[in-house]
Design a protein around this ligand. Structure first.
Ligand SMILES: Cc1cc2nc3c(=O)[nH]c(=O)nc-3n(C[C@H](O)[C@H](O)[C@H](O)COP(=O)(O)O)c2cc1C
Length: 344
């Protein structure tokens, strides 16, 4: 039987132009990492507990002081206006209604003020762009629009080459690419200023914190020593991620990197994880291995494409209900009951 997420993914093919669909679905290089991301979660097996009171399962959690009704958040995904006219605002509304965390992308196709107005708890994903001033303006705006943290994406010094879409590469129009940036560009400044700065270092963490005063998490961490280096440089948390298989192909799946990062962080800061999470069991495994929360990217894209805000809400509900169900079957009535002994 197809899950809600499977149906959205299947139906999206019919409603989104082929080139756009391929852009969202694809990964970098030979797509080895993309192919392994979901399979890596499926390799874990569970060791459920019996005869625990699971009449009520509480999925509530707190991240950096923000209360959330469940630990399934929305990963930053750019250009959502390409799959549905309601774009990021629809995604923000669905997250708000769910009490779920939204991470809005720098590459959003709608003004971040509109996203902030529609969102409940939300964080802003930042890049260090070649034009630092542009980065600073954007971070200030995100803070003013209510973002409670910054997520600095660290795995994208250059955009990974997606071989599958090489020939049919869609041109992202300026109206989509520069929605949040154009007003800050003056004179000869243009798209190149908005590209990621490949010379950025760990110093960017403190710099970004200094601009908006917001806690900074680093996204794209796949190694324990890197997680520690980020925390030592002032990060408030990390997101274990390989960018949905879109950056360095043959990077380890997040499911494989998570334990090393959780152990290196040692409970001193939140560790989020994304990549290939498609079911309650995937989320359960991640949380049991020590993740503070999980994020989903493409399931939100396909939900948005097929049903707008209602489609995103449907995808989030399906994941939330599935997580509550499998937690009960595993003998866990709250996230505090999830630990590594549940997983082998
Ligand atoms: C089309 C697309 C665009 C993305 N854009 C961004 C982005 O702007 N910033 C970012 O940090 N990550 C971006 N990501 C990566 C996601 O945040 C996330 O790491 C990934 O999609 C999670 O994997 P999943 O799609 O398997 O759930 C993007 C992913 C996709 C598929």
């Amino acid at each position: 039987m197809l899950t809600v997420l499977d149906k959205h993914e299947r139906d999206a093919v019919a409603v989104v132009p082929a080139g756009v669909h391929e852009f969202f679905a694809s990964g970098a290089g030979d797509e080895v990492t993309l192919a392994e991301s979901a399979a890596a979660w499926a390799r874990y097996r569970l060791r459920p507990r019996v005869l625990r009171d699971v009449g009520e399962v509480d999925l509530g959690t707190t991240l950096l002081g923000t209360g959330l009704t469940h630990p399934i958040g929305i990963a930053p995904v750019g250009y959502l206006g390409l799959v549905h006219p309601d774009g990021e605002v629809a995604v923000a509304g669905a997250a708000r209604d769910h009490g779920a965390l939204l991470i809005g992308s720098t590459r959003a196709a709608m003004p971040l003020e509109d996203i902030g107005a529609a969102a409940g708890p939300w964080w802003f994903q930042a890049y260090v762009m070649r034009n630092r001033d542009l980065t600073a303006r954007l971070v200030e705006r995100a803070a003013a629009a209510g973002a409670r943290a910054l997520v600095l994406t660290g795995d994208t010094p250059f955009v990974g080459i997606k071989r599958r879409v090489g020939a049919s590469r869609i041109a992202i129009p300026d109206e989509t690419y520069l929605v949040n940036l154009a007003r800050h560009l003056t004179g000869t400044a243009g798209r190149a200023d908005a590209e990621q700065d490949p010379t950025a270092t760990l110093d960017a963490i403190g710099w970004l914190h200094g601009i908006g005063g917001l806690p900074v998490l680093v996204k794209g961490v796949l190694r324990g020593d890197d997680a520690r280096a980020c925390l030592d440089a002032g990060a408030a948390g990390v997101v274990v991620s390989n960018h949905g298989g879109r950056q360095l192909d043959r990077s380890v799946p997040s499911a494989q990197a998570l334990v090393e990062v959780v152990d290196a962080v040692g409970g001193t800061a939140p560790v989020l994880v994304d990549g290939g999470i498609r079911s309650g069991i995937d989320a359960l495994v991640a949380l049991a291995l020590g993740a503070s929360a999980v994020l989903v990217g493409r399931p939100v894209v396909w939900g948005l494409a097929t049903g707008g805000q209602a489609g995103v809400a449907e995808a989030l509900s399906a994941l939330r209900d599935d997580l509550a169900h499998v937690m009960a079957l595993a003998g866990a009535s709250s996230l505090a009951d999830l630990d590594r002994s549940l997983v082998v």
